[in-house]
Design a protein. Structure first.
Length: 356
């Protein structure tokens, strides 16, 4: 059962601050934060759930191009059942990736308490850089006050003192506004990115049917990506009940996010590939689709299909975040949604041969 001997240190060493964060769903923002994302005139609905086709919308475009520097991680294009459902950025669905018996075993193990629960951080990532223009307001206020003082015949020293005092007042107002906006965002989202339940497969013992299922999943992912188990994060089993969801987020680490960066790198680096296997069927009326929100993907939605896998690249091969891969889990309207997922890492886990 060597295929499932995946140390949990990868999850624990990152800490909750390193887990996926929410991102705004506007088309302009999702386009602007990725230097490699091409422009698009297609507007995404203002409502994150509205107008989304809850089925696999195939948008293969043979004329689609990407910048020469945009190189994606390797995937075996001849893997059985592999279907390209979006060309660029690439999104794949693999039919019959995991056997129905293995899907059932993983669900039963979670329900029977054989898997430890996995903590999930619901922190909202607020982009303070979007408030950078407040600096111009502060500067303008200081200049205006200085000019007013100058017009009243004050000395240069008095003008500078007056401008400095005005700048301090405007800076305080700007800081208060930033705090208020952040609080409003967290109130609107209820501070929650994810509302389902997660379990780790890292402690499964040989002989457990769920261990065999996890091994099959890991081996299939390794075959698909031509990688080793030591480069995969511990697979997680997730259940979404009626009304549960995951908001728009990215799975790779955004540039400039220094919180916990050292432990992230030590644990294997950037998440390059996301592989999600669906453990049950859901029709469109039941909700639960995985939806991509960048305008280039035009509302691409993948509906859960028993044993099928969804594969995409949260980052380029060099580790740079691909913000076009911002996605969400549509709320479940009927029944339950079950998945098992893992991420292929940029480097091997500490101490592994692949790290060298």
């Amino acid at each position: 059962m060597q295929g499932v001997q995946l140390s949990q240190s990868r999850v624990l060493s990152r800490g909750p601050q390193c887990l996926p964060r929410t991102l705004p769903c506007s088309d302009s923002y999702l386009t602007s934060i990725s230097a490699r994302a091409a422009s698009s005139e297609t507007a995404f609905p203002a409502d994150g759930w509205a107008g989304v086709n809850s089925s696999v919308t195939r948008q293969q475009d043979p004329t689609a191009t990407r910048q020469a520097t945009a190189k994606y991680p390797f995937i075996d294009a001849d893997y059985p059942g592999l279907e390209l459902v979006h060309a660029d950025p690439p999104v794949y669905v693999i039919h019959n990736f995991l056997a129905p018996g293995h899907c059932h075993a993983l669900k039963q193990a979670a329900l029977a308490g054989q898997l430890p629960t996995a903590a999930y951080n619901d922190a909202v990532l607020f982009d303070y850089q979007r408030l950078r223009y407040l600096g111009f307001v502060v500067a303008a206020g200081a200049v205006a006050q200085g000019l007013l003082t100058w017009q009243h015949g004050a000395s240069l020293d008095a003008v500078l003192v007056s401008a400095a005092a005005a700048a301090a007042c405007w800076a305080g107002a700007a800081a208060a506004l930033a705090v208020s906006i952040k609080a409003a965002v967290e109130y609107k989202t209820k501070g929650r990115c994810f509302t389902g339940s997660k379990w780790s497969t890292g402690s499964l013992q040989p002989g457990n049917p769920a261990a065999e299922a996890t091994e099959a999943f890991v081996n299939n992912v390794c075959s698909l990506l031509q990688t080793e188990p030591c480069k995969l994060e511990v697979p997680l089993v997730t259940r979404y009940a009626v009304g549960e969801y995951q908001r728009v987020h990215v799975d790779a680490r955004p540039p400039g996010d220094s919180q916990g960066a050292s432990s992230w790198l030590a644990a294997g680096g950037q998440r390059l590939v996301q592989c999600v296997a669906y453990l049950n069927d859901m029709d469109a009326a039941a909700g639960g689709a995985t939806v991509f929100h960048h305008p280039l993907l035009k509302g691409l939605a993948v509906q859960p299909e028993l044993g099928a896998a969804l594969v995409f690249f949260p980052a380029f091969a060099d580790g740079e975040l691909d913000a076009r891969m911002a996605h969400s889990g549509e709320p479940v309207l009927q029944g339950e949604k079950w998945i098992i997922n893992t991420w292929a890492m940029q480097y091997g886990r500490p101490g592994s041969e692949s790290e060298q």
